[in-house]
Design a protein around this ligand. Structure first.
Ligand code: GDP
Ligand code: MG
Length: 166
């Protein structure tokens, strides 16, 4: 199996940590180029199950100028062209305008979306459930997967689920 995946979410939710955790000791090619406006391959993950090509998506936000509009158009195209979208969130941040905007964008694409709730080591289980309910009201998710990227909790299960959609 092989396919394209993009990881979206606010700064600091743990995107880099999760990427590093999933890739672990496996062969990975990571680009260190600064953020460009072009769609590009960030990392390639390979194991016995197949290959996952992670694509960088420029931030999904409301455009304030021409460059912003272009970045947003690249982001929207990426969402449409990948096989799977991972929307990473942290349970300490409540749904705000940014999340609602992402949810609106996702309504326009058919790509399956995983809600990946990171940093579950920082909150009680009951809180996570409340959090999940709130997200279910703003978007449709193919899977909802709680993880701790830092501790490596449930990250193998996440990879396993990802391969099922590629
Ligand atoms: P990014 O901006 O989305 O790429 O987020 P980073 O990967 O840089 O992580 C932001 C901060 O959150 C760092 O201090 C990480 O160590 C921390 N962090 C990431 N994942 C977890 C987690 O699962 N649990 C906890 N407690 N902290 C985490
Ligand atoms: Mg990062």
């Amino acid at each position: 199996r092989s396919g394209f995946v993009t990881l979206i979410g606010r700064p600091n939710v743990g995107k880099s940590t999760l990427m590093n955790r999933m890739i672990g000791q496996k062969i990975a090619i990571t680009s260190n180029k600064p953020q460009t406006t072009r769609n590009r391959i960030q990392t390639v993950y390979t194991d016995e199950r197949g290959q996952i090509i992670f694509l960088d998506t420029p931030g999904i936000h409301k455009a304030k100028n021409k460059l912003g509009e272009y970045m947003v158009s690249v982001a929207e195209r990426t969402l449409r062209e990948v096989d799977l979208i991972l929307w990473l969130v942290e349970p300490t941040t409540f749904i705000g305008a940014g999340e609602r905007h992402i949810a609106e964008q996702l309504k326009n694409v058919k790509t399956p979306v995983f809600l990946v709730i990171n940093k579950i080591d920082t909150v009680a289980k009951a809180e996570i459930l409340t959090f999940i309910d709130a997200y279910k009201e703003i978007a449709d998710f193919a899977e909802i997967i709680p993880v701790s990227a830092l501790k490596g909790e449930n990250t193998d299960e996440l990879l396993e689920s990802m391969f099922r959609y590629l």
